[in-house]
Ligand binder design. Structure first.
Ligand SMILES: C[S@@+](CC[C@H](N)C(=O)[O-])C[C@H]1O[C@@H](n2cnc3c(N)ncnc32)[C@H](O)[C@@H]1O
Ligand code: SF4
Length: 383
């Protein structure tokens, strides 16, 4: 058994750009030649980065975006087969693909399954047509439902993304949407609170007073509704925005991030984290598809930065990510920050019920995860 490794592949094209989204995305203008060049660059980058990592147990491949379900399924097959050859594929290797729930994409799900995808992450976002219009989506609730049905048949594992804390959303209506979504055959649900990201169309609308996001109190109520409704149905919240029906349904890929394991990032704008000779490296690839492909042609990899994190920076990252999951982070991993079970701030936060009393691990309680930002700020100030 060597160290676990995840592979993140960023496919940056989308049919249209949603007004809330600040991911590294570009309109898909159907330029197949440009996309073939990008796919080949991704394959070359995988090979180059495998030289850095050496032999590892490949536990997850995540084709994210953007909208990788717009990619030719044969290309997904090439990427998956290449990664499987470069590293030692774990017997239970998770291969996820993000998809938008349009009928056209659902028609290709079987081909993606044949290409080696075994887990689909479907961006349903809302089950209400008005809300889908507000979110600028190019599908309605009926097509999302059809796509979920096709996906549940085509893939062994299905996850559904939803966005809540939309303007004027009530806790009651949200609970109804969650209950409906749970009937669609998913083993995993990721309900994300709508975030107004700088530079997006929603951000401009908020600044002009045309969009008023819910108050913090209402957003907190909706978060609690989410936890209550999903927990009651057996979807356990193992992370702030991730709920799974049983341990095996947890996203192995997300666990790679939250546990501080290594992952290779390929594709435009992809981030990676690699532990090389005991040092933690943060890698970043060129953002624009053309720049990424040129970079690979010139240097062999698409990376534009490979920064070695100091032990304190690495521990700070472990703290931020580890507190998001139920299992938390070991005190050993955050030793560079001077945090231990007897640290005064840790003891205070345990007394307040925001951290769990655990001599081995720093773990947020459910109440702590509700106010995670405030909790991490308090810890950061105490370091
Ligand atoms: C980058 S998208 C890729 C998935 C796919 N393209 C889609 O839109 O369905 C991954 C997920 O991030 C979430 N997301 C993106 N921007 C968000 C925002 N501003 N607030 C909350 N969730 C967001 C959505 O739920 C989305 O499904
Ligand atoms: S939410 Fe998905 S489809 Fe919309 S712009 Fe972002 S990545 Fe593309």
């Amino acid at each position: 058994m060597t160290e676990a490794l995840g592979v993140y592949v960023h496919w940056p094209y989308c049919a249209r750009i949603c007004p809330y989204c600040d991911f590294n995305v570009f309109r898909d203008r159907g330029r197949r030649a440009e996309q073939v060049v990008l796919k080949d660059a991704i394959l070359a980058d995988l090979k180059a980065q495998a030289q850095l990592t050496g032999d590892r147990d490949l536990v997850s491949i995540f084709l994210g975006g953007g909208t990788p379900s717009l990619m030719d399924p044969d290309w997904a097959g090439e990427i998956i087969a290449t990664a499987r050859k470069l590293w030692r594929a774990a017997p239970d290797l998770e291969v996820s693909l993000e998809a938008n729930p349009t009928d056209a994409e659902a028609d290709r799900f079987t081909a993606f399954a044949a290409a080696g995808v075994n887990r689909l992450s479907l961006g349903v976002q809302a089950l209400d047509d008005e809300a889908l219009k507000f979110l600028g989506r190019d599908h309605d609730a009926a097509s999302a439902r059809r796509a979920a049905e096709v996906a549940a048949r085509a893939f062994p594992r299905l996850s559904i993304d939803l966005i809540y804390a939309r303007p004027d959303q009530t806790a009651q209506a949200w609970a109804t949407e969650l209950r409906q979504a749970m009937d669609w055959g998913a083993e995993h649900i990721s309900p994300y609170q709508l975030t107004i990201e700088a530079g997006t169309a929603f951000d401009r609308a908020v600044q002009r007073g045309r969009l008023i996001p819910p108050s913090e109190d209402l957003a907190a109520d909706l978060f609690e509704t989410t936890q209550d409704v999903l927990e009651a149905a057996g979807f356990h919240g193992y992370e702030v925005s991730n709920h799974a029906r049983g341990e095996a349904a947890r996203s192995r890929h997300n666990l790679v991030y939250w546990r501080g394991e290594d992952y290779v990032g390929v594709g435009p704008g992809a981030h990676g984290r690699l532990t090389l000779k005991g040092e933690r490296h943060a890698t970043l690839a060129a953002s624009r598809p053309g720049d990424y492909s040129s970079r690979v042609a010139e240097t062999g990899t698409g990376l534009i930065s490979d920064q070695t994190l100091t032990p304190v920076e690495a521990a700070e990252e472990r703290l931020l990510l580890g507190l998001r999951i139920e299992a938390g982070v070991t005190f050993g991993e955050v030793a560079a920050l001077g945090l231990g079970p007897d640290h005064a701030e840790v003891r205070d936060l345990v007394d307040l019920g925001l951290l769990v009393a655990d001599p081995q691990r720093l773990r947020a309680s459910p109440a702590g995860r509700l106010v995670l930002n405030a909790l991490t700020e308090r810890l950061a100030l105490a370091i």
